[in-house]
Design a protein around this ligand. Structure first.
Ligand SMILES: [Zn+2]
Length: 379
């Protein structure tokens, strides 16, 4: 509504001659038309409608009160007819303004939403696999091809699954606060029910053996937690991938053959493997497996420089493994894992460490800082 113009007001009518009445009617209709043409929105329409049709003091009511009611007897009939015609005109115009306001609003919206289809599009950057996830997927893929399936489990574990059922003696140093992140407020619980952040993916071995009868071949990728302050080679959160095979007559020869094949699939057919005796509570015998350095080809040097990843030895320690300790099977004996009837091997490796070696990254923290500039290099 244009408030800069003097708004039309209904005059009192004293002269009821045809000329006077026609002139007043023309003024009113011209005001009606000019006000109607500037109604462009719903709000403007409402103001317009109320001004002309409000029951109490709208202009239609006013002409009734100011023109018809005071009309002298002899002019009453003509005045009544005129007022009725004017009212009809007002109603029609208000209705037309309503339609126009709808059209006006949608026209305004259309204008606001207009898109310049000649502009070039906004390119969305395409994400890529994180190097650690990519490494884990590659390892899973190698074992999938050997008939292994994937098992997963909770990151908040009980003492029972994380330690007890894996043959950790009660005084094992790994149970100490120094190495394990325990959840607070667990003091009232018995030791085996106390919650902690799993320190390895091995609890999933027990959980899976409770669910599935032998034979079993699984790999277990996942996050694990240790009370290690972060530095270039340590992180309180890191990734492991672990494997377990249980069947009748599984031997250390199966373990060596499987892992040798897996390392050749991962690092190239020319790598060699080597096993050295080690100790883990849940395997017996246990071994550390080394692969010949795939960076220097086992020579220990890169040109005239010493090879840092293998510390010039030509070998890189890559995983821990061993034959499943019969004591571990005792915990799942009820589900078909009688240590007298079945045997198995298990292995575990740090996915972050393998990613570090594969991609020549010198600081494990870079994987977890979320710096896009770092991550883009692997996209
Ligand atoms: Zn090397």
């Amino acid at each position: 509504m244009r408030h800069d113009l003097v708004m039309y007001t209904v005059p009192k009518l004293t002269d009821y001659s045809a000329a006077s009445i026609n002139s007043e009617s023309r003024d009113l209709l011209s005001a009606l038309e000019s006000e109607a043409t500037v109604v462009n929105s719903e709000n403007e329409y409402k103001v317009f409608r109320d001004r002309w049709l409000a029951r109490k003091d709208g202009i239609a009511t006013q002409i009734n009160d100011l023109w018809l009611k005071p009309a002298p007897k002899e002019a009453k009939r003509d005045a009544g007819q005129l007022v009725n015609e004017l009212k009809k005109k007002i109603e029609e115009t208000v209705e037309r303004a309503l339609q126009h306001s709808k059209g006006g609003a949608s026209a305004l919206r259309l204008a606001a939403e207009r898109v310049d289809i000649t502009l070039p599009g906004v390119r969305r950057p395409i994400g890529a696999e994180h190097p650690v996830i990519k490494t884990m997927n590659e390892i899973v893929h190698v074992f999938r091809n050997l008939g292994y399936s994937v098992s997963e489990g909770p990151e908040v574990e009980t003492d029972y699954y994380n330690f007890e059922a894996l043959n950790f003696p009660p005084n094992h140093p790994a149970r100490d606060m120094q190495d394990t992140l325990f959840l607070a407020g667990q003091d009232k619980k018995g030791q085996r029910d106390r919650l902690l952040l799993r320190t390895h993916t091995s609890p999933v071995q027990i959980r899976t053996m409770e669910l599935l009868k032998p034979p079993l071949r699984i790999v277990i990728p996942g996050k694990v937690y240790r009370n290690d302050p972060p530095d270039a080679s340590h992180s309180p959160m890191f990734h492991q991938i672990e494997g377990l095979a249980v069947d009748t007559n599984i031997t250390f020869g199966d373990l060596k053959g499987t892992l040798d094949h897996a390392m050749k699939a991962l690092f190239g057919s020319s790598v060699k493997t080597q096993f050295r005796p080690s100790f883990f509570p849940f395997t017996e015998p246990s071994a550390e497996m080394m692969v010949s350095c795939f960076i220097c080809g086992g020579s220990g040097t890169r040109g005239t420089e010493p090879c840092r990843p293998c510390k010039t030895t030509g070998w890189i320690e890559i995983l821990g493994c061993g034959m499943v300790d019969p004591n571990v099977f005792e915990f799942v004996k009820h589900n078909g894992y009688d240590p007298k009837k079945v045997s198995g091997f298990a292995f575990g490796m740090g996915a972050d460490r393998i990613a570090i070696l594969k991609y020549g990254v010198d600081d494990i923290q870079l994987f977890f800082q979320g710096d896009v500039r770092f991550l883009q290099q692997f996209g």
